[in-house]
Design a protein around this ligand. Structure first.
Ligand code: UT7
Length: 328
């Protein structure tokens, strides 16, 4: 049996309606709208009401993608949720999504690759569909970063928001769909971006809470430098594997962590600015959700056309990085 072409046939996204502006943050920490906009590109972020679980953001995104695909939840064979902010350590967030959707025939599991999670999930599930292990897959990137944000630390609290994006994958006509993928990791940089407390290394205790270990800790400068190199590497390698060049790319969907990271990469790779989808100003960094939210936005704004080459590229904690090249 010749492996079939597999692609994204529908997307959906959801961001909670609550908004925190830069002006709101000026009232909490020593920062300014000007600093946040010029140093990061962020103007606002969508924030879930306290107590919202990541699966509750994933569900509306998933329902929209399924509706657009014309697929009933019972027709799903597998659900993968990429997240670094799961509902609970046990069970997987994907199982909450599976139950919430009523996807009664689906396998469900999470992937942990921080902000690169959606790319990892797409790249891992595609070959499983190609060989017929599954027919219909739902891949979700969802993160609720607000409860893990230390609002006494100005160097991180201005950067993050909450949201989810989803994609339905299945067989597509020959020549379309996912053409190449690339994934890497470098655990020597694991300390650069962590939520150290609450796991097996530093189990939850009064001490870990007092030390703010349940919040995101980041060496921002180090991550920034890594990110520029990683994105450049992922773009070059994934395109080479697809037998394409930057000139062939119609739409780039990069992870939205900092507008200056995107601009630095734009200077290094030869893809015109107007081909990049950027919405960090509205959503900030929603980790695994930034890429599917931006992909959904590009779809809704009709920026992606049949036959276009679409390049997804991400990086994040781990350290991890990767890319996916597809013909829409
Ligand atoms: O998804 C992947 C995860 N995250 C990332 O990709 C983030 C990557 N890193 C970054 O985006 C940037 O490094 C940051 C936005 C986090 C920081 O920007 P930066 O240009 O690297 O600033 P910096 O850390 O070098 O700090 C410059 C100055 C410092 O003051 P001094 O020491 O020069 O007086 C900081 O204390 O800016 C200060 N600063 C702030 N000032 C106002 C740091 N955060 C703030 C703030 N408001 N929110």
């Amino acid at each position: 049996m010749t492996p079939q072409s597999i692609g994204i046939v529908a997307v959906g996204a959801y961001a909670p309606p609550g908004i925190v502006t830069n002006a709101d943050l000026e009232k909490i920490v020593d920062t300014s709208d000007e600093w946040i906009r010029t140093r990061t590109g962020i103007s606002r972020r969508h924030v879930a009401v306290p107590g919202t679980a990541t699966s509750e953001l994933a569900l509306p995104a998933a329902r929209l993608a399924l509706e657009r695909a014309g697929l009933a939840p019972e027709e799903l064979d597998v659900i993968v949720v990429a997240t670094c902010t799961p509902d609970m350590p046990l069970p997987s967030t994907a199982c909450f999504v599976q139950y919430g959707l009523g996807a009664t025939h689906a396998a469900a599991f999470d992937i942990s690759a921080a902000c690169t999670g959606f790319i990892y999930a797409l790249n891992i599930i595609t070959p499983a569909l190609k060989v017929g292990l599954f027919r219909n897959a739902l891949v979700i990137g969802a993160d609720t970063l607000t409860p893990f944000t230390d609002f006494s630390d100005r160097s991180t609290c201005v950067l993050f928001g909450d949201g989810a994006g989803a994609a339905v994958l299945r067989a597509v006509p020959e020549g379309h769909g996912i053409l190449s993928s690339y994934m890497r990791a470098d655990g020597s940089g694991s300390e650069m971006l962590t939520i150290p407390g609450g796991g097996s290394r530093y189990p939850a205790s009064a001490e870990t809470i007092a030390a703010h270990q349940h919040y995101i800790h980041m060496a921002g400068n180090e991550v920034f430098k890594f990110a520029v190199r990683a994105v450049e590497d992922a773009i070059a390698t994934a395109l080479e594997r697809a037998g394409l060049t930057t000139a062939d790319v119609n739409v780039v969907i990069p992870h939205q962590a900092n507008i200056r990271i995107i601009e630095a990469v734009q200077k290094r790779v030869n893809i015109p600015e107007e081909r990049w989808v950027i919405n960090i100003q509205e959503y900030s960094n929603t980790s695994a959700a930034t890429i599917p939210i931006a992909l959904n936005e590009a779809f809704e704004q009709e920026r992606i056309h049949d036959g276009d080459i679409v390049l997804l590229v991400g990086f994040g904690g781990g350290l991890t990085w990767g890319a996916t090249v597809m013909r829409w």
